[in-house]
Design a protein. Structure first.
Length: 276
C-alpha cells in the first residue's frame, strides 16, 4: 500500500455567498448573519498521483443579542475518489462524506466561551512538549497527537496516538491543542496486518484535517490583522476572535469547527489503532 499524503492548497480562494435569514428574532437580538463558504482541495498520493478530491462547505450563522453572540457552524465534507480507488475498502471506509456542527456562545459580560456547552478555560493553560521522531522512510500524522512511522526497510511500523484532544489551542502560547484521553502504542505492525491500510489512511486523513484547521487559523489571523484586531487576536485570545465581529467572527467559527472535524478524525484513527 502506498503511503497517503493529502495536500491542502494554501492558496485556496474562499467563495463567500450571503443567503437569506429569518427575520423572526427576539427584540434584543440583531438580525442573524448567515454566510456559506466553500473550498475544494485535491488528494494526492506520496508519489504525486491524484487520488481524488474533497469539497468542504462551511455554513456560518451568527446571532448577536444583549447577553452575547451565538455562532453556529456546520461543515460538510464531500469526498470524491477516482474510480481506481473508490472500491478499495481501506480508502472508501475512511474517506466518507461527513458533517460537523459547533455552537459557540460568547458571553459579553464575563468573556466566557462555550463550545457545544463546554466552557473553555483560556486563562490557565500549559504548553505541550512535542516529542520528536527521527526522520524515517515512511511517517505520517502529527507526532504528539496521532502518528505512525516505519523501520528503514518498511518491514514494520509503529502506530501511536491519543483518543482525543482538547481546546487548549485557544489559550496563550499554544497554537495546536493538547492530547487527552486514552493512549495507544502499537509496535512491530506488519503491512500484512488486516487493519494496517485502513489505520494508515485514517491517520493520513487526520493529518489533512489538522492541516485544514491550522490553515483556517492563518486565514483568521490575516483577516484580524487587516481589521485592526492585532492585540487579543495574536495573543491567542479566543474571546477576542469571537468578539471581533464581522469576518473575523465568521472565520473564528470556521477555525473552531475545523478543529472539531480534526478531532473527530483523530478519534477515528485511535479506534483503528486499537484494532491493530
Amino acid at each position: 500500500m502506498k503511503k497517503m499524503k493529502i495536500l491542502a492548497s494554501l492558496g485556496l480562494s474562499l467563495a463567500i455567498a450571503f443567503v437569506g435569514v429569518n427575520p423572526s428574532v427576539y427584540a434584543a437580538e440583531t438580525k442573524p448573519t448567515t454566510e456559506v463558504i466553500t473550498e475544494t482541495s485535491d488528494i494526492y498520493s506520496k508519489e504525486g498521483d491524484l487520488i481524488g478530491s474533497v469539497a468542504k462547505t462551511h455554513t456560518v450563522k451568527i446571532i448577536e443579542a444583549t447577553e452575547g453572540s451565538t455562532t453556529t457552524v456546520t461543515t460538510t465534507r464531500d469526498f470524491t475518489l477516482l474510480p481506481e480507488y473508490e472500491n478499495v475498502e481501506s480508502y472508501k471506509t475512511i474517506f466518507q462524506d461527513d458533517s460537523t456542527t459547533s455552537e459557540i456562545f460568547y458571553n459579553n459580560l464575563n468573556h466566557k466561551i462555550l463550545v457545544n456547552d463546554e466552557e473553555l478555560n483560556i486563562e490557565d493553560l500549559n504548553a505541550v512538549t512535542n516529542p520528536l521522531i527521527s526522520p524515517l522512510q515512511d511517517t505520517g500524522g502529527v507526532t504528539w497527537l496521532s502518528h505512525y512511522y516505519s523501520t528503514n526497510d518498511l518491514s514494520s511500523y509503529v502506530f501511536t496516538g491519543y483518543q482525543s484532544m482538547n481546546y487548549n489551542w485557544i489559550g496563550n502560547n499554544n497554537s495546536h491543542g493538547e492530547p487527552e484521553g486514552a493512549h495507544v502504542y502499537k509496535s512491530g505492525v506488519k503491512p500484512s496486518n488486516t487493519w494496517f491500510p485502513t489505520t494508515k489512511n485514517a491517520v493520513d486523513l487526520f493529518s489533512h484535517s489538522y492541516a485544514d484547521f491550522r490553515q483556517a487559523q492563518y486565514v483568521m489571523y490575516a483577516e484580524a490583522i487587516g481589521s485592526g484586531w492585532t492585540g487579543a487576536i495574536l495573543l491567542w485570545s479566543g474571546w477576542g476572535w469571537v468578539a471581533a465581529g464581522g469576518a473575523v467572527s465568521v472565520l473564528a467559527g470556521i477555525t473552531i469547527n475545523s478543529f472539531n472535524t480534526a478531532k473527530n478524525d483523530m478519534q477515528k484513527a485511535y479506534t483503528y489503532m486499537v484494532k491493530l
